[in-house]
Design a protein. Sequence first.
Length: 336
Amino acid sequence: MSPADTTPVHLLQQHAAEAADIVAVVGKSEGNGCVNDFSRTLAALAWEPLLSAQAVTVFSGGTEGVLSPHVNLLVRDQQVHPGHDRGLVAAAGRTGAIAPADLGRLPQVHAVAAVVRSLIEQLAVSAEDVHLVLVKCPLLTSERMATVRAAGRQPVTDDTYESMAHSRAASSLGIALALGECTDADVLSALQGSMQVWSERASASAGAELEDCHVMVLAVSRAAANPLRAVHGAMADAIDIASVQRLLEVVRADGGELVQIFAKAEADPSGRVRGQRHTMLTDSDINSTRHARAAVGGLLAALRGDPRVYVSGGAEHQGPPGGGSITLIYRVPEHR
């Protein structure tokens, strides 16, 4: 599908649903995933007019390697599913506009944390029930940086590409804070450079197509009754197939059928993978996030047997350094 292809919305008719029932559209588009990736903007512009004001879009650019452009529709289910004692639930919301001077800093952390807490409360679940929090956050363009300097302040960075990492980091720390995975002191340490603070349920990507943060929370609730479930974990590095297989074993033990994989990927900041040197951080032609998506995308697509997997590059505080958070969505038969 192209970035502007909205034909999957017709699939809703097969499930007695309509566009107004969509909670979120989460997709992979085929641009470069960097600052000038207009495929994300095009995809958002195509989808957002079809959605309610409460719905959000989260488009991650970059389908390197075998990754396939696709969308995932998170839809309110109006059908009755007897035989299930729990089910997957989702809620979406937005922060206010993130001031360019606040991007990558504590105000962005707190803004995301507040929305995540609100959505958890809306779903009437606990933080322990949450398996994935997706955030689409803004970045700093040259114009936004100039606005900050004109006001007598300094942006978090002078590099637009690097601003994506700062925005992802602040959003992910907000998720971790809201889920109780870290403290306020941990957040301050992380903003000062510590890489030891992270969430295995956070997934954040940045883009120039928005000024606020789009947030979606996925949880399993006993107040719901549907066949969808989730399990989450973290990959220790880009070739950590064992961690993924352990999650797949949970799905198999539950009699489940895999529906989707959501994962984060990054070039290990140490410059090595299992003691061996990698060149993802020193390639002057291809950004490191593009290398990481291709590597992890190939591994996950092979395990799923389908290239339509959601792999987002840049995993700052989203899983351990060099690794990444991962969530599997699956479907179970009745009486599960």
